[in-house]
Design a protein around this ligand. Structure first.
Ligand SMILES: *Cc1c(COP(=O)(O)O)cnc(C)c1O
Length: 233
């Protein structure tokens, strides 16, 4: 199937899930996750209407951004070592995966050097027990969010999570609901608006939308199964 056709189907499913939940589909941003996808196919997706691209590895994203330029917004959605913070500050439009204080410090330092302020940022929260998942421990979320919201270099806009993988999308629902509750509590406590919830992937985005997602990160359903090379950093 063509990328354009897959994209239309995904957009249609997003709209239907929003309607079921009594929400306006325009509140939901589609982040097309282009990790491992070659530039030509990314160009096709943008030609078919994709406005936001998500990447999870700095090195891979740097090469693509160099080749493709700013054909869309580029969002960093993957775990980040603090020594890569400078590339995020330079190349990306938003970070979904702030998960600790050293990374916040490194990012703010680079942003300040570049003269950038209010860089759109989400805190990734680890709500799934899987060892491989990154993210801030929910018990440390308040401290990190409070600190992030006090820095002029970043603008804290909400939370992100990755639900446990399952064939059954309902398995993800409690995790998405929990993220929304944490966002609501933080919003009250900090007295700032946190409008965004980045949650939902190819296997579970409709459930995420029913639970309040404003950013769905979708790779496979748009680009097909990923083919991994041997280079994993
Ligand atoms: C790969 C990835 C996605 C997209 O996963 P699909 O199942 O292919 O839709 C979303 N979020 C993050 C953080 C990812 O690394």
């Amino acid at each position: 199937m063509e990328i354009a056709e897959r994209l239309r189907r995904v957009e249609d499913r997003i709209a239907k899930a929003a309607e079921r939940a009594g929400r306006d589909p325009s509140e939901i941003t589609l982040v097309a996750v282009s990790k491992t996808v070659e530039p030509e196919r990314i160009r096709q997706a943008v030609g078919a209407g994709v406005q936001v691209l998500g990447e999870n590895r700095v090195q891979e994203a740097r090469d693509k951004i160099k080749e493709l330029g700013r054909i869309a917004q580029w969002h960093m959605i993957g775990h980040l070592q603090k020594n890569k913070a400078k590339y995020v500050a330079e190349l990306f439009d938003m970070l979904h995966s702030l998960d600790d204080l050293p990374l916040l410090d490194a990012l703010c330092k680079r942003l300040e050097k570049l003269g950038k302020e209010a860089f759109p940022t989400l805190v990734e929260v680890k709500l799934s027990p899987e060892e491989t998942k990154h993210g801030c421990d929910p018990r440390e979320l308040l401290a990190l969010a409070k600190e992030a919201s006090s820095r002029p270099q970043v603008k804290l806009l909400g939370l992100m999570t990755i639900a446990p993988y399952s064939e059954d999308p309902e398995v993800a629902r409690p995790c998405f609901r929990r993220l929304r509750e944490l966002r609501d509590e933080l919003q009250d406590y900090l007295g700032v608006a946190l409008p965004h919830l980045s949650m939902g992937m190819s296997g579970d985005f409709e459930v995420a939308i029913e639970e309040g997602s404003t950013m769905v990160r979708i790779g496979t359903a748009i680009f097909g199964e990923r083919v991994y090379g041997c280079k994993l950093d």
